[in-house]
Design a protein around this ligand. Structure first.
Ligand code: AMP
Length: 280
């Protein structure tokens, strides 16, 4: 497996590839969720490239860019075991021109949910994914449903800007107790790690209520909120939205919905979401 440290190395490697490339963009500190994306890329394209880049432009000034966990050697070993052909791990100076003035903004979809609390976050995400895709020139790119808003935004960008790319969504990989895997989970204390299971428990409580016939958005969300608060967690947001456009779900509930949550546990920002399908 090749470790590529800058754009010239990436371009030289890319020029040698004749098979279609499957691309898995990540911020590193890899876990089973990331590796599921890598294995899927490998199965579907035979040539998986993983990028590892803690992208500074998607962090706000008060966010955890500096304390974001990093371990490149471990990540490289995990990618090799998962069957990746190459890892691209650039420095910020390799990715961004110091005087860059071009950004990709996906308006509308960047407003609700995380967009309300992370000003400029999705602008940074869309811009870096656009740049990386132009560099890597993959046939397919793999994104986790755990970051549902991000996935929705990337799909819209790819559609609106005619990227010759198939976006492949991958279901959220969870710990045995339901907690969505995240690089940030390592920063939880044992008590926080235990309490964090309330996120998934809250989402499933709401889904079960809907499955039992609840058709009122507020009631479903409030059932989830009770579970969170029972664990001493005050959500930053807990919202039931339409899966396609992230607009608020309206009553009576119908169609393809997503219940999404963000909460700080031990000062660590965690997100999760669950699909809820409401039939006729
Ligand atoms: P990150 O390194 O957190 O930026 O994530 C890189 C990619 O892995 C994104 O497409 C995420 O949605 C995806 N991902 C992160 N955690 C999970 C998970 N638990 N299950 C599935 N995909 C995930």
């Amino acid at each position: 497996m090749k470790l590529l440290r800058d754009l010239p190395e990436l371009r030289a490697w890319r020029a040698e590839q004749s098979a279609p490339v499957g691309f898995v963009p990540t911020m590193g500190y890899l876990h089973e969720g990331h590796l599921e994306l890598v294995r899927r890329a490998r199965r579907e394209t035979a040539c998986a490239l993983v990028s590892i880049f803690v992208n500074p432009t998607q962090f706000g000034p008060a966010e955890d860019l500096d304390s974001y966990p990093r371990d490149l050697q471990r990540d490289v070993d995990l990618c090799r075991e998962a069957g990746a052909e190459a890892v691209y791990a650039p420095e910020p100076a390799d990715v961004y021109w110091p005087d860059a003035t071009t950004w990709v903004e996906v308006h509308g979809l960047d407003r609700p949910l995380c967009g309300r609390f992370r000003e400029g976050h999705f602008r940074g995400v869309a811009t870096v994914v656009a740049k990386l895709v132009h560099r890597v020139q993959p046939r397919k790119a793999y994104f986790g449903e755990k970051d549902f808003q991000q996935l929705t935004i990337i799909r819209r960008m790819v559609r609106d800007l005619d990227f010759p790319l198939e976006v492949v969504p991958v279901p959220t990989v969870r710990e045995p107790d339901g907690l969505a895997m995240s690089s940030r989970n390592v920063r939880l204390s044992p008590d926080g790690r235990q309490r964090a299971t309330a996120l998934f428990a809250a989402l499933t409580t709401a889904r079960e209520a809907v499955e039992r016939g609840e058709r009122d958005a507020e009631a479903a969300v409030s059932a989830a909120g009770q579970v969170l608060r029972g664990a001493g967690i005050e959500p930053q947001y807990l919202e039931l939205v339409q899966a396609d456009n992230l607009e608020p779900a309206s009553n009576p509930l119908a169609g393809r919905l997503v219940l999404a949550v963000a909460a700080f546990v031990d000062g660590v920002r965690l997100i999760d979401n669950l699909r809820i399908e409401v039939g006729e």
